[in-house]
Write a protein of this length. Structure first.
Length: 314
């Protein structure tokens, strides 16, 4: 790839920034260990140096890298428009290489499009080479259908968690039926993520509203899944997670308290700074610090639950 002078200087500057940001600086400043269970390589074309600088600026001690599946044009990838997790994210090999270059700072998951002949073999290939879980599963299939059950079967066999992006009428259809999976796979731990997962903290949620506003009525599907199923956990990332907490801070405080053993800090933000309004990861970090005043509960959400659930983090 040929770079002009401006491009060269930009990349050189970013590399210097990544090298100059001390590891764990934010965590040490607060005396807290922080683990991010949701980040990506090449997220919207962000460089590795930018991603690493972002994570260090937020104060992360460890980060889970979630890769994309194969680049295919088929209905489950919306004829290719959802390739790269619809964000140009690279696959498991790229995540593995970053983790190998920065041991102790990154772990990584396996991933694959769930409804192809190679799904099982490809997931097993990466799991046998050090992947600590499966995800982000973000494809246009039924969450309780045959294709996803194959993914869950692999997770069960390898004793790893599955992280799922729930988005109404686009990814992992049938959220209201997911209890069937939780019952059928009691030994598999699942992380719920994204708009439909977080909208359904509200018992009055309208499924077509991906970023609902206003007060929350407790007892939504998500609330019940977390309460009723020991293998269901919450990924606190992205604008959807931050919106779910900020829309009703009083409800959020109670939600954090009653689900302190079921929630994991995560960012899923593609910015390059690691602070400010554009960084949902920094926003969620600060909301947790504001609302979770018990140090033991906060430690569970920031790192303890993740270390308990994902091999390689402890």
């Amino acid at each position: 790839m040929k770079l002009d002078r401006r491009g060269f200087l930009k990349r050189a500057t970013v590399s210097l920034v990544a090298a100059s940001v001390p590891r764990f600086s934010g965590a040490e400043a607060k005396g807290e260990e922080m683990i991010d269970i949701h980040q990506h390589v090449n997220y919207h074309a962000r460089t590795n140096a930018e991603m690493i600088a972002h994570q260090r600026a937020m104060g992360m001690s460890k980060t889970v890298l979630l890769p994309s599946g194969s680049q295919l044009a088929r209905p489950s990838t919306h004829l290719g428009s959802s390739n790269g997790l619809a964000a140009r994210v690279f696959g498991p090999g790229a995540a593995q290489r970053v983790a190998a270059k920065y041991p102790g700072e990154f772990v990584w998951f396996a991933n694959e499009v769930p409804d192809i002949a190679e799904t099982k073999a490809n997931l097993e290939y990466w799991l046998e080479r050090g992947a600590c879980g499966i995800g982000e599963q973000k494809f246009g299939v039924d969450c309780d259908g045959k294709a996803m059950r194959l993914v869950y079967d692999v997770a069960k066999a390898y004793e790893v968690p599955v992280l799922i992006h729930f988005q109404h009428e686009k990814y992992n259809f049938g959220f209201e039926r997911f209890h069937k999976i939780l019952e059928a796979y009691p030994t598999v731990n699942f992380f719920g993520h994204a708009q439909t997962w977080w909208g359904n903290i509200d018992a009055k949620h309208v499924q077509t509203d991906l970023y609902p506003k206003g007060p929350v009525t407790p007892g939504g599907i998500t609330d019940r899944y977390l309460s009723d199923y020991p293998n269901m956990f919450g990924d606190l990332s992205a604008g959807s997670g931050l919106n779910a907490m900020r829309r009703d801070m009083e409800h959020a405080a109670g939600f954090f308290d009653r689900h302190q053993d079921k929630l994991c800090y995560a960012s899923d933000c593609a910015d390059t700074v690691g602070n400010g309004e554009k960084c949902s990861g920094a926003g969620m970090r600060d909301v947790i610090r504001e609302l979770v005043t018990d140090p033991e509960a906060r430690a569970k959400i920031f790192s303890g639950n993740a270390k308990r659930l994902i091999k390689g983090l402890a």
